[in-house]
Design a protein around this ligand. Structure first.
Ligand code: TRP
Length: 334
């Protein structure tokens, strides 16, 4: 809770360009959350360096991500979109919270185990304490709600444990965050393996629609989407490919599954795939146009980055100062 308004916090990693799955599953649903919440969306570059990054690539992807959020329609006056590395309180609170987190707790984090296995040559301490930094992100803004996917649930749990532990010692310092359970976005699956979630890190480029894919690419990827041999557009658990395309079509057009089944009654998958491709390409076009406009307007984007970093800093410093006092750090003499 900040200044009487409930707070929502989310962090995004700039590892690859966001997909149609990220857009329909999350971003699109965030556009009107600013009415109810004070919203913070941080490009979490401190988290990104827990795995080795090419500096120029990281810089570019992070800025593109930030511009895509703007292009998708998040109003930067009402949503604080900023780089984590511009707000040093993240690292400072992260350190303090490290001292309130047990190795036993971190040892249980399944994402650490997965990532350690994937990056066996670089199992660094940052990767290990990643959940503590994430706790700091959330607690710095006294966040009430955090929209998290299944893969981040455990990290939100440990955040609550750390916050409760700290509060038990020092009094009510932190708001205890809850998972955001408002309107959920659609779960979009891979176009090549519809039993798997669409992911920006998929090795097969045909599996995901990247938000910046051009019309031809989008249509080509939908044409190649894996389906079944029934040749009837029908929503069913045993037709994951067609059902996924129907979810996409439905989310983009607002049509129900029954309406879609009627619309494509007697038509083949070829017609349907083309229609899905066109609807997606047309739907993403305005976002892409806006993105390329923003790419050319460096001064405007820089202004947003600066103003929002200042806003984030203001709130973050407030919480950090409170925590520093509680643990016994002295005020800087004036
Ligand atoms: N760990 C999250 C992810 O990989 C990103 C993240 C960092 C985050 N800090 C956060 C998400 C705080 C929610 C809240 O997706």
């Amino acid at each position: 809770m900040l200044d009487g308004k409930k707070t929502l916090f989310s962090g995004m990693q700039a590892t690859g360009t966001i997909t149609l799955g990220n857009y329909l599953g999350a971003l699109k649903n965030w556009l009107d959350l600013d009415k109810e919440y004070e919203c913070f969306y941080s490009v979490v570059d401190l988290h990104s360096i827990t795995v080795r990054q090419d500096p120029a690539e990281l810089r570019k992807r992070a800025r593109n991500l930030l511009m895509l959020y703007l292009a998708a329609g998040l109003d930067p006056e009402k949503n604080c979109i900023y780089y984590q590395s511009h707000v040093s309180a993240h690292a400072e609170l992260g350190w303090i919270l490290n001292c309130f987190t047990y190795m036993g707790e971190l040892n249980r984090m399944t994402q650490f185990k997965d990532k350690a296995a994937k990056h066996a040559d670089n199992i660094n301490a940052g990767l290990y304490t990643y959940p503590v930094l994430m706790a700091a992100d959330i607690l710095l803004f006294q966040s009430d709600v955090v929209p998290v996917g299944a893969d981040q649930k455990q990290h939100l749990e440990i955040t609550r444990d750390i916050a409760n532990r700290f509060n038990a010692i020092y009094g009510d310092v932190f708001t205890i965050p809850e998972p955001y359970i408002g309107k959920q976005g659609a779960k979009i699956m891979s176009l090549q393996d519809p039993t798997k979630k669409m992911s920006k890190s998929d090795e097969n480029p045909n599996a995901s629609i990247i938000l910046l894919d051009d019309t031809d690419t989008i249509i080509r990827k939908f044409k190649r989407a894996v389906t079944d041999s029934e040749a009837i557009v029908r929503y069913s658990d045993d037709k994951p490919g067609i059902s996924n395309l129907m979810t996409i079509y439905s989310t983009m057009t607002g049509k129900t599954y029954e309406e879609i089944e009627r619309e494509f009654d007697g038509k083949g998958y070829g017609d349907f795939k083309l229609a899905v491709g066109e609807v997606v390409a047309n739907g993403l076009k305005p976002i892409q146009d806006r993105f390329y406009e923003l790419s050319k307007d460096k001064a405007y984007v820089d202004g947003i980055i600066k103003n929002n970093a200042e806003k984030a800093n203001y709130y973050a410093r407030k919480t950090l100062r409170k925590v520093q006092k509680k643990v016994g750090f002295p005020e800087m003499p004036r």
